[in-house]
Design a binder for this molecule. Structure first.
Ligand code: ADP
Ligand code: MG
Ligand code: MG
Length: 873
């Protein structure tokens, strides 16, 4: 069995398609080697071998040892020198790398192969004793730390005390004699910490290092990282063993990292940094401040131009912007790593459109690979001008929980936030964590900052739902509710002070920063036009107001998939009418009360229809339990009773009688329409009268009436009957008619099970996946926050099912209902209108199930468009 894949200049056993087997780093090293890039030769041990090691009590699979030896010989042949050679020793780097990039995995060991003899050989061969001993002490440090788990500080400590003994300020002030002494002290640290002598046999060193990489796959921090990031299904990590090249041989040497284009602006220009006379880890460790890559052009023009050329070559080859690691040895450039570079939403769009214009990629490739749906999320929200933010004004960094920038004065409780909002005072609500009690304040605030909680904490979930900026779990700050302040230890912020938060980056910034309004530039428009070219599933929006509807239309919505009517009942005069309806004891009184609501509803529908001229609009009939329209507190009950002109005690009794133990499963949805058909009649009338009037004004409308919370075909039929009869009446009265459809939400598991029967009468289905998830899992949406966090942390759930559609369980119901529905009625229109309609993974699933459309909140419309296009490609 093949456990080892070799790569050398001009050829390789593997290629970039073998990420699963070789890890991302290994696969790309192979790819780069075969297309002729200057990559030091080496080999990759497969992730399968790592998997074997984990599952066989730390044993190597048969043949691995021989293959590793052969691999080393392969490197030796190319480098024309041997591991442990007494004249010109070969040194190796040992690097981990799984299919998915994973910080938390093992760090790299450089300079492997050094011992007391080979260090002398290295010194005389390179005629650079200082370099040789510097490499040796780095190796003992790295090997000790990475392989044996000795805290790096112990070595650092030894270094510091030697430096102070010698009066040296910088590491580079130590002379070669000092470095020799340092090596001895490092060996002593090693011996003291492990009880062993530092291993001298290079092959033994290599075996140890390989084992350490294997083991790191199962380390606590790697397991944790995979859990948190939902990385599953990988075999293990690859191990890359590679000839060393030296960036620390002198001032004609360097090491660095760069992007082929600017990752935050997208500008087509190398972007990165480098250090002269240094090895890889120095750049990250921040011992010296690296230089801007443009300066490399002056110091090492030849290497710089090569880097530029190879960068272009790699871009062309991968069809993507690259993130490159390189080392320059005595003026010669070596490439040590490449991968697709991470970037901001703005630059993603620019890079995609630029690369198409430059002829490097085609439109299809750009849509499929260069922009992630979540990039668009960033693009559509206001952002803080990053250039204006000074590092020292950053108070803390938390989770980028909900994109967008917000600027306001700090308040620590919801009531104050609400008060401030009434005065049009912008505030940021700062809480240790939030709970449903805070929603008033959260909604009033410009943005939300919490010091505790994750991406699915209450604050994060609610804020995302509203498109409101939120930084969650910012543990850099400590909040003191008593003194109304918070601090990061240096900066203390008091109630009323201005702060700015950037929900796309997770940063909390002191003071009042400038906000850049989202600007959907030409590049964006061009890119989205390509997106729509490849998309065949429709994207609609969930909108209850004409403002939301027209914004969504600007974002590309192709109709409304869910217009909730209950929000229309909350305005001043309307709430009184609906309350009158609720307390009415007789049918006649109820009808009267509803009659006063009719013109309001009709006017609302007209506005919404107008903004969706030529597009379908799905209107859902009244859904929530009636008590949601009634006051709860005693004082409020008295006020409302007075308004309604009834005795407070009678009203209080009515309120009590409407209270339910489990309102989510109570008297709501079509159950209301069945017990009070006059509600359905009024709403149907409002919809159809509005539609006909507009039709006569020249609009083209496609009204769709949606019955909520259906669980049996009989429920559906009974409501449809009411709707159709009302329609007939309206049409006769007006002497005019309009086409309309009647369909249902599928949000109760039973409805999915009997979907075939429901489809006999229904003209469309729309999956209400919020309720469907709630009822399938039996998790109350309003209470799940209490345990979901723990579930996610423990890996009991991989994702929050209210955010990402549970394709395994809830998805089966979606699949079944779609299939049964279409068997009954092939032309059945099927869509989804839950939160999931704008979540990329869920959109992909909906596409695979053959849904006609997804419907989501306005800001997610572009996200859904891209996700739908990518699903189709
Ligand atoms: P990471 O995955 O953390 O980036 P790498 O395996 O890429 O770890 O190694 C980190 C750095 O170590 C590289 O960027 C490079 O500077 C240095 N390095 C790795 N292999 C070699 C090598 N063969 N020669 C010289 N430097 C190397
Ligand atoms: Mg790297
Ligand atoms: Mg519902």
């Amino acid at each position: 069995e093949k456990h080892v894949y070799k790569f050398g200049v001009g050829s390789a056993d593997g290629d970039k398609t073998l990420k699963e087997l070789l890890g991302g780093k290994g696969a790309n090293l192979a790819e780069m080697s075969s297309i002729g890039l200057p990559v030091p030769p080496g080999f990759t041990i497969t992730t399968e071998a790592c998997n074997y090691y984990s599952s066989h009590g730390s044993e190597w699979p048969k043949g691995l040892k021989e293959q590793v030896k052969k691999g080393v010989h392969f490197i030796e042949d190319i480098m024309k020198t041997n591991l442990g050679d007494s004249e010109h020793p070969l040194l190796l780097s040992v690097r981990s790398g799984a299919a998915v990039s994973m910080p938390g995995m093992m760090d790299t060991v450089l300079n492997l192969g050094l011992n007391d003899t080979s260090v002398e050989a290295l010194a005389s061969h390179t005629n650079n004793e200082r370099f040789a001993y510097d490499s040796y002490r780095r190796f003992i440090d790295m090997f000790g730390n990475v392989v044996m788990g000795i805290p790096h500080e112990k070595f650092e400590h030894a270094l510091e005390s030697l430096k102070s003994e010698k009066g040296a300020e910088l590491d580079t002030d130590l002379n070669k004699q000092d470095l020799k002494e340092l090596v001895n002290r490092y060996k002593a640290v090693y011996r003291k910490a492990t009880g062993y002598m530092f291993p001298t046999d290079p092959f033994e060193q290599l075996e140890w290092a390989i084992n350490a990489v294997f083991k790191s796959w199962d380390s606590d921090r790697a397991i944790k990282y995979r859990q948190i990031n939902h990385i599953t299904g990988l075999l293990g990590t690859g191990v890359n063993v590679q000839a060393m090249v030296y960036g620390n041989m002198g001032d004609d040497c360097a090491t660095g990292v760069c992007f082929t284009r600017n990752p935050s602006t997208g500008e087509n220009k190398l972007y990165g940094e480098f250090l002269v006379n240094a090895q890889g880890e120095d750049v990250v460790a921040g011992i010296r401040t690296p230089k801007d890559i443009t300066e490399l052009k002056e110091v090492m023009p030849k290497a710089y131009n090569e880097l530029l050329d190879w960068g272009k070559e790699l871009e062309k080859h991968y069809g993507n912007m690259q993130d490159i690691e390189f080392t320059i040895q005595k003026g010669t450039l070596y490439i040590l790593q490449t991968r697709n570079g991470k970037r901001t939403g703005h630059s993603a769009i620019k890079i995609a459109t630029d690369m198409v214009a430059e002829g490097l990629i085609d439109e299809r490739h750009a849509v499929k690979n260069l922009v992630e749906p979540n990039h668009l999320d960033q693009l559509l929200h206001p952002q803080i001008d990053a250039d204006t933010v000074k590092e020292k004004s950053v108070i803390g960094v938390g989770l980028a929980a909900s994109p967008g920038a917000a600027v306001g004065k700090v308040v620590f409780d919801s009531e104050k936030a609400e008060e401030a909002a009434l005065k049009d005072d912008p505030v940021i609500l700062v809480r240790i964590e939030t709970s449903p009690e805070d929603v008033g304040g959260m909604s009033a605030a410009e943005g939300i900052l919490t010091s505790r909680g994750g991406m699915t904490s209450h604050a994060a979930v609610v804020a995302r739902g509203w498109g409101k900026p939120c930084v969650a779990g910012c543990s850099d700050i400590i909040i003191d509710y008593e003194n109304l302040s918070f601090t990061n230890g240096k900066i203390t912020v008091h109630e009323g002070d201005w702060i700015s938060i950037d929900g796309a980056r997770g940063t909390v910034i002191e003071g009042r920063k400038d906000v850049i309004k989202p600007e959907l530039d030409e590049n964006y428009k061009t890119f989205m036009s390509w997106v729509d070219q490849f998309r065949d599933m429709n994207v609609r929006t969930n909108a209850d107001t004409k403002e939301d509807a027209s914004r969504a239309r600007d974002f590309g919505a192709e109709g409304i998939g869910l217009c909730r009517t209950e929000h229309m009942f909350f305005g001043e005069d309307r709430i009184r009418a609906i309350r009158r309806m609720i307390i009415s004891d007789s049918f006649e009184n109820r009808k009267d009360a509803l009659a006063t609501l009719l013109p309001y509803q009709k006017a609302d529908f007209k506005e919404i229809f107008k903004s969706m001229d030529n597009l379908p609009v799905t209107i859902r009939l009244l859904d929530p339990p009636l008590h949601e329209f009634l006051p709860e507190e005693k004082e409020d009950i008295e006020i409302v009773a007075k308004e309604l002109g009834i005795k407070p005690s009678v009203f209080a009794q009515k309120v009590r009688s409407l209270r339910e133990f489990n309102p989510m499963l109570g008297h709501r949805g079509c159950r209301l329409g069945i017990t009070y058909p006059e509600i359905t009649q009024m709403q149907t009338r409002a919809i159809l009268e509005a539609a006909i009037e507009l039709k006569n004004e020249g609009y083209t409308l496609f009204p769709e009436i949606m019955i909520p919370l259906v669980g049996t075909p009989q429920e559906f039929r009974s409501q449809k009957l009411v709707i159709d009869r009302t329609a007939k009446d309206v049409f006769e009265e007006l002497g005019d008619s309009i086409d309309y459809k009647v369909g249902t939400m599928i949000e109760i598991p039973r409805a999915a099970l009997v979907a075939g029967q429901i489809a006999k009468d229904a003209e469309f289905f729309s999956f209400g996946t919020n309720d469907l998830t709630q009822m399938t899992f039996g998790y109350s949406r309003d209470d799940a926050g209490k345990f979901l966090g723990e579930y996610l942390k423990e890996g009991i759930l991989q994702e929050d099912p209210f955010q990402v559609l549970d394709t395994e369980g809830v998805g089966q119901l979606v699949e079944m209902a779609t299939k049964k529905g279409r068997e009954q009625k092939p032309a059945l229109k099927v869509g989804i209108c839950g939160e999931h309609g704008g979540e990329p993974h869920s959109v992909t699933f909906c596409y695979q199930q053959g849904l006609n459309y997804v419907s989501c909140s306005p800001f997610r419309v572009p996200v859904a468009r891209l996700a739908a296009a990518q699903a189709a490609l």
